[in-house]
Design a protein around this ligand. Structure first.
Ligand code: NAD
Length: 265
């Protein structure tokens, strides 16, 4: 499939994807950090990725448990929304929302924590968030969930600025999944089912190196789905994909949605 990167012009690939979408019965869109870079949120592994500036070791659950300063900074990011706070949905999020609202895409599975799919208009019950989000906090002891406003109203512990659970005294943490933490079991099961029953699986802006999320395209392929990868950088699954589109998601998806939706009316 790598030769396709040079031989098939962008317009031709967009038309192929639009054609597949029109005839798909259970299309799934699977997004990573790359779908939000055009909203100004850096990805982790791209050329301007966060890992060039930040140390991933500070984002493990172990460091959160061990280091009060890491907890303080993490809770501060939760309070303000950090780099996610000011971001707005971009044309890629909006095109995906249009495709979901018209029933052409059944599920959006995302590794992102920025809530931009919801804010672009994708119905929340169609979104599976594999790595949590910043809309809630959780107790690491009893697993109770707290809406953000509820969590921020709790008294902060002076040692690290993070509240403790009023039920069990456990440590609170934002609702995102840190490195070393298990993925939420219910979301992972729903995502696996969506992948295994999809006939068209479209990856958007993911390096496909974070597991177990990156197994999902493989589940879809095993189930006989057509695999499409829209990603600026190469991924380890490019050679298995039926179509690779190495162009910005915010350019590709609105053109795909225009073609498909125009055809519908
Ligand atoms: P990643 O950083 O590993 O890879 C992003 C990929 O997107 C890269 O391969 C890059 O080439 C590509 N890309 C960047 N901009 C693009 C664009 N405009 N169009 C098409 N492709 C583009 O991201 P990942 O695979 O999602 O894994 C990183 C982890 O980091 C995820 O688990 C995610 O939870 C988390 N994360 C989330 C956010 C967010 O919520 N917005 C941001 C950074 C990281």
């Amino acid at each position: 499939m790598v030769s396709e990167r040079v031989s098939d012009p962008l317009g031709g690939r967009i038309e192929r994807l639009a054609g597949w979408l029109r005839s798909a019965r259970s299309a799934v869109v699977f997004t990573g950090a790359g779908v939000s870079t055009e909203s100004g949120i850096p990805d982790f592994r791209g050329p301007d990725g966060l890992w060039r500036r930040l140390d991933p070791a500070n984002f493990t659950i172990r460091r959160y448990l061990e280091d009060p300063q890491v907890r303080r900074e993490s809770w501060e990011r939760f309070k303000t929304g950090g780099i996610y706070g000011q971001a707005e949905p971009n044309p890629a999020h909006r095109a995906i929302a249009d495709l979901v609202r018209t029933g052409l895409v059944k599920w959006v599975i995302t590794q992102n924590i920025d809530s931009l799919h919801q804010r672009a208009g994708t119905p929340p019950d169609r979104i599976i968030e594999l790595h949590g989000n910043l809309r809630f906090a959780k107790c690491l002891g009893c697993r109770r969930r707290f809406e953000k406003a509820e969590a921020l109203a709790l008294p902060a512990d002076p040692s690290d600025g993070v509240p403790r659970c009023p039920d069990c005294g456990g440590l609170l943490k934002s609702g995102t999944v840190s490195f070393g933490e298990p993925l939420p079991a219910e979301e992972l099961a729903r995502a696996e089912e969506a992948a295994q029953t999809s006939d068209l699986f479209i990856v958007v802006g993911s390096s496909l190196v974070v597991y177990p999320a990156a197994y999902l395209p493989l589940h879809a392929l095993d189930a006989g789905a057509t695999l499409v990868i829209i990603n600026l950088g190469e991924t380890p699954l490019d050679h298995l994909a039926h179509l690779v589109i190495p162009a910005p998601a915010g350019e590709v998806l609105p053109r795909v949605a225009d073609l498909v939706l125009k055809h519908q009316t």
